[in-house]
Design a binder for this molecule. Structure first.
Ligand code: SAM
Ligand code: SF4
Length: 331
C-alpha cells in the first residue's frame, strides 16, 4: 500500500435534485428516490458539522455540489458563511451553470473563487439531447452562465466534459480548443457506470488516452499545471492559455490518491464515491442529540479507515450496480 494521503477535502452535496436530467447521471424515466426535504441538512447543521466536526479533524477544503447546488435555497448565504469560516482554505462549487448568469456575481461577492461548470457539448442540439427535457435548448443559458463566471473573475474556470461514444466524442477537439485563447481548464471525464448502466453497456466509454492522442495529433500536448484538489492529470496544448485535465477513473484507478470524503444532502458521510457499506448517518446522530464530540470521534474513525477502504476499492475496481447516482451522492 502506498503512503496514505492527508484526508482534508470534503464534498458537500446541498441537494439531490436537479433541473437537468443528464443522460449519464439521472436519465428521464429513472426511478430515483429523492431525499425528503426535511431530511436535508439545514444550513445551521452543515455549518455546525464543518466547524465542530470536520475542521477540528483537519478538513480545510470544501466543494459544494449536488444534484444542482444552485437550486438550493439560500445558496449565496451558505457560501458566504462557509467562505468566512477562518479555517476554510479553499471553497469551490460544481454546477451545471444554468442559473449562473444571475448568480455568478453574488457568489463571487460572497467569497467563492473557484467554480466547475459542466459543459458536455458546444452544439445546442446535442447539449439538449444530453441534458434531457423538452423545449428550447438550454445551451445558451449555460454558455451565458460560463461567460458571466469568466467576467466576474472566477479563476481557474473549469469546464467538465463527460465523453460518451456516439454522443459527444466528435467534439473533443472543439472543446479542447476552448483552452487555446482563454485561461480555462477543460476536463475530460471518463464515463462511469453509475447513473445509467444501460447507456454504459450500450455505448461504452472512451479512454482518456484516446482523447489525449487526438489532441496530440492535432496540436501536440505537454504537461501542465492547474490549481485544485482533483485527481485530474493536467496537460497543455503548446502555446495555449488554458489547460486540459483528464479524469481517468475507469482506465487508471486513482483510489490510492483519493483525499476526499463526501457528505450527502441528507447527511450521509461516505469515505468513497462507490463504497456503499461504510457510510455513517450524521443527520440522525445530530437530530438524536448525539454530542458533537461523539460525532467527531465517529467521523475521525471513518477518516482513519479511509486508506484501507481506498486500497480495497483499488483492488475491486469499478463494478457498476451502485444504488445511488452521482447526483444523489454528490458527484
Ligand atoms: N449538477 C452539477 C454538475 O452537473 O456539474 C454538479 C453535480 S454532478 C453529479 C457532478 C459531476 O458528476 C458532473 O461533472 C457530471 O458530469 C459528473 N457525472 C455525473 N454522472 C457521471 C457518470 N456516470 N460518469 C462520469 N461523470 C459523471
Ligand atoms: Fe444534474 Fe449534474 Fe447530474 Fe446533469 S450531471 S443531471 S446537471 S446533477
Amino acid at each position: 500500500m502506498t503512503a496514505p494521503n492527508r484526508i482534508d477535502y470534503l464534498r458537500v452535496s446541498l441537494i439531490d435534485r436537479c433541473n437537468f436530467q443528464c443522460v449519464y447521471c439521472m436519465p428521464e424515466g429513472a426511478d430515483l428516490q429523492y431525499a425528503l426535504r426535511e431530511h436535508w441538512l439545514t444550513h445551521d447543521e452543515i455549518l455546525q458539522l464543518l466547524s465542530e466536526v470536520f475542521i477540528p479533524l483537519g478538513f480545510t477544503r470544501f466543494r459544494l455540489t449536488g444534484g444542482e447546488p444552485l437550486l438550493r435555497p439560500g445558496i449565496v448565504e451558505l457560501v458566504e458563511a462557509i467562505a468566512h469560516l477562518p479555517q476554510t482554505q479553499d471553497l469551490a462549487i460544481t454546477t451545471n451553470g444554468f442559473l449562473l448568469e444571475k448568480l455568478a456575481q453574488p457568489l463571487y461577492d460572497a467569497g467563492l473563487r473557484r467554480i466547475n461548470i459542466s459543459l458536455d457539448s458546444l452544439n445546442a442540439e446535442t447539449f439538449q439531447k444530453i441534458i434531457g427535457g423538452k423545449g428550447k435548448s438550454r445551451w445558451q443559458d449555460v454558455w451565458q452562465g460560463i461567460q458571466a463566471a469568466h467576467r466576474v473573475g472566477f479563476s481557474p474556470l473549469k469546464l467538465n466534459v463527460v465523453v460518451i461514444p456516439g454522443i459527444n466524442d466528435n467534439e473533443v477537439l472543439d472543446l479542447a480548443a476552448l483552452t487555446l485563447n482563454q485561461e480555462w481548464h477543460v476536463r475530460f471525464i471518463e464515463f462511469m457506470p453509475i447513473g445509467n448502466d444501460d447507456l454504459f453497456e450500450h455505448k461504452g466509454w472512451i479512454d482518456s488516452a484516446a482523447i489525449r492522442a487526438q489532441v496530440t495529433e492535432r496540436w501536440g500536448l505537454t504537461e501542465g499545471q492547474v490549481a485544485g484538489n482533483g485527481p485530474a492529470d493536467v496537460f497543455q496544448i503548446p502555446g495555449a492559455k488554458g489547460t486540459l485535465g483528464f479524469i481517468s477513473q475507469m482506465s487508471e484507478c486513482f483510489c490510492d490518491r483519493c483525499n476526499r470524503m463526501r457528505l450527502s444532502a441528507d447527511g450521509l458521510l461516505r469515505p468513497c464515491l462507490l463504497n456503499e457499506s461504510s457510510q455513517i448517518d450524521l443527520r440522525s446522530s445530530l437530530r438524536a442529540g448525539v454530542s458533537l464530540s461523539k460525532i467527531r470521534e465517529q467521523v475521525g474513525i471513518l477518516v482513519g479507515e479511509k486508506p484501507e477502504i481506498n486500497f480495497k476499492m483499488r483492488e475491486s475496481g469499478i463494478t457498476g450496480a451502485y444504488s445511488r447516482t452521482m447526483s444523489q451522492i454528490g458527484g
